[in-house]
Design a protein around this ligand. Structure first.
Ligand code: 5GP
Ligand code: MN
Length: 336
């Protein structure tokens, strides 16, 4: 994988570009994709953002989101766009299987593939150019660097500022995680000077749910959370029935895994949701418990040190039992 800087002199030559990101894109995935879209558009590139799946309704305020192609609804169009593309940007994921059913098409594409991502263990051999940096708070921070370091900070407009802020805000837990280093705050200062409406972005993302979602959270915390003080761990498991009863839609469960970490002494929080095709896990930790390694080892997943995800094809009950069994191996780490 060649360094990302080697692309800078090539930016001024218009090309056909596809930008894609991980399945069920979150604010960082969608924000970085649309910010790059608005940036590259200014050079005359012909660009399409493709999402592997649908996304949460609370991302629909993002400028440009109406142009995003949902692969699952536009399979032929996606295949055509990938066949024609000169460049394929892969943002906020580092291994094709994170794009679910789109993965075989990405792997087979013959265009130049470019990685911009902040997760661990990148599949670098599959990219011609790129940057993978786990010290970065978010892919949005990396797109900001891409724009600034290529000498194009003057091209950051209010659309780009709002998209970038959304991603960095979400991935740093509103600037509270250790990843919110000084450079992140300097970036936000630049975005403010470009017209960023930070209050609006917070409202658009965090104050934009329906009543049923808040009642669902009440139900889940009351009836579906199991706190184990022996292991300083809390586990939330959500059944299909829970999802149906409260009319839960894509994005409604985002952030739920963080709630148990507010309990004094809890070091790891785990959340599992019974989705149609798999049981989807989310893991969060405080301090020195590495959930990336945990998710990789036991739940076919990965992510970051304090935030990771995974999956299982077992039933909900079986994967929950498995979780309760495997945490026994970590008693010492979880108790310290
Ligand atoms: P979340 O729990 O919010 O879905 O994901 C937390 C972090 O783990 C994100 O950075 C996400 O990209 C990563 N992640 C989530 N699920 C998976 C997975 O199945 N595999 C890998 N490698 N990473 C995941
Ligand atoms: Mn991210």
């Amino acid at each position: 994988m060649k360094q990302i800087q080697e692309l800078y002199p090539q930016l001024a030559t218009p090309r056909k570009v596809v930008i894609t990101t991980h399945q069920k894109p979150d604010a960082d995935a969608m924000g970085s994709s649309l910010a790059l879209y608005h940036f590259l558009s200014q050079f005359g590139h012909e660009i399409t953002v493709i999402s592997p799946t649908n996304w949460a309704g609370w991302l629909n305020w993002m400028p440009g989101v109406d142009t995003v192609v949902d692969y699952e609804l536009n399979k032929e169009k996606t295949a055509g766009l990938l066949a024609e593309a000169d460049w394929l940007f892969c943002l906020d994921f580092n291994i094709f299987h994170r794009t679910k059913n789109l993965a075989p098409l990405l792997a087979a594409a013959t265009c130049t593939k470019i990685l911009i991502d902040h997760h661990q263990e990148p599949d670098s051999v599959n990219f011609q150019y790129g940057i993978s940096d786990t010290a970065k708070s978010s892919t949005c921070e990396m797109i900001f660097d891409f724009i600034s370091n290529s000498g194009n900070e003057d091209k950051i407009d209010i659309r780009i500022a709002d998209c970038l802020y959304a991603g960095v805000m979400a991935d740093t837990g509103s600037f509270r995680f250790p990843s919110a280093h000084a450079g992140v705050h300097r970036m936000v200062a630049v975005l403010k000077e470009k017209g960023l409406q930070h209050t609006k972005v917070h409202e658009n993302i965090y104050d934009n749910f329906l009543e049923n979602r808040l009642r669902f959270i009440g139900h889940i915390l009351m009836n579906r959370m199991d706190v184990n003080y022996e292991y300083n761990t809390a586990l939330i498991s959500i059944s299909k029935k829970d999802l149906l009863r409260y009319h839960i839609r894509t994005g409604d469960t985002e952030g739920l895994v963080n709630y148990p970490l507010s309990i004094q002494g809890i070091k790891m929080a785990a959340l599992v949701i019974d989705r149609d095709e798999e049981r989807k896990w989310s893991f969060r930790s405080k301090g020195d418990f590495d959930v990336n390694t945990f998710a990789r080892k036991h739940f076919e997943g990965g992510g970051h040190y304090n935030a990771a995800g995974g999956r299982s094809s077992e039933s909900l009950d079986d994967t929950v039992s498995n979780f309760k069994k495997v945490i026994k191996e970590y008693k010492t780490e979880l108790q310290s």
